[in-house]
Design a protein. Structure first.
Length: 267
């Protein structure tokens, strides 16, 4: 099926500015997308005219606009998972004093659909609507572990396995080993891999077919916590994910089903 090239270029510009911003100029956009400078300029002006981008009058560079933000907010609110998870995620955050997150995969990133700041002495804030790395976040690892090995072998070379902390896994083979351990345990662990001093547990959210449709995670500053605390954190996070999954029609069973053994759709 033929696609509209101008529309495709415009959407790629939005994604590029969102990923490489906060602001980019015409030359940078043209270079990143291999576009003619005049074409890039016209597309940027059009997107700004419609409110999807804003232009900094002082620098003439472009940033994501209010219309894009508004649409993104509506996506979150319209997603049925948001309403299904709202109360359970808040209860977990408030009762256990944890930061709690709900995420889905968006291309090669993890998108936070919901982020709740728990009552912790150390504040580390991640906002709803931002993206995180798949290979360093607990929720991102869940989304990767839910893929088949064939799908992972195709995806991992496309990921930028950036070292965000000294503990980030930046080797594909080591990451595959970690993901297989995640499937076996039924939950993921991010131990200072995304943020220094932050420990996180991730669990899958499954639907009626048993497929993993999202991931939730809980996070805490490690200082002052002991093994008993982390064990309880794991159990309450798994319990919350199971409750939310049941509301999606999922039956009790392995957290990741037959992930890894199943063939990719193209196989």
């Amino acid at each position: 099926m033929a696609i509209n090239q101008s529309l495709s270029h415009g959407l790629r510009i939005l994604r590029t500015i969102a990923e490489h911003g906060p602001e980019l100029g015409v030359r940078e956009v043209a270079r990143l997308l291999s576009l003619d400078k005049s074409k890039a300029s016209r597309l940027l002006l059009t997107l700004a005219e419609e409110g999807f981008l804003e232009q900094n009058r002082a620098t003439r560079r472009y940033r994501v606009g209010a219309t894009t933000f508004e649409i993104g907010q509506k996506y979150t609110r319209a997603n049925p998972l948001y309403s299904a998870c709202h109360d359970d995620l808040h209860q977990l955050a408030e009762k256990e004093n944890l930061n709690v997150y709900l995420g889905v995969r968006s291309n090669n990133m993890m998108l936070y659909l919901y982020a709740i700041q728990g009552a912790q002495p150390y504040v580390f804030r991640i906002n709803t609507g931002v993206t995180g790395q798949l290979h360093t976040t607990a929720a991102g690892k869940v989304l990767l572990a839910a893929m088949s090995d064939d799908e992972l072998r195709d995806l991992l070379p496309k990921l930028s396995l950036n070292r965000l902390t000294p503990y980030s896994i930046v080797n594909s083979r080591a990451l595959m080993t970690d993901l297989r351990a995640t499937r076996s345990r039924g939950y993921s662990i991010s131990d200072e891999e995304n943020l220094v001093d932050i420990f996180a547990i991730g669990c899958p959210i499954r639907d009626a077919s048993g497929a993993v449709v999202a991931a939730m995670s809980s996070a805490i500053h490690k200082q002052g916590q002991d093994k008993a605390f982390f064990k309880n954190m794991q159990e309450v996070t798994e319990r919350c994910a199971a409750i939310i999954s049941s509301k999606q029609g999922a039956l009790p069973g392995p957290a990741f089903g037959d992930s890894g053994r199943r063939k990719s759709p193209a196989a």
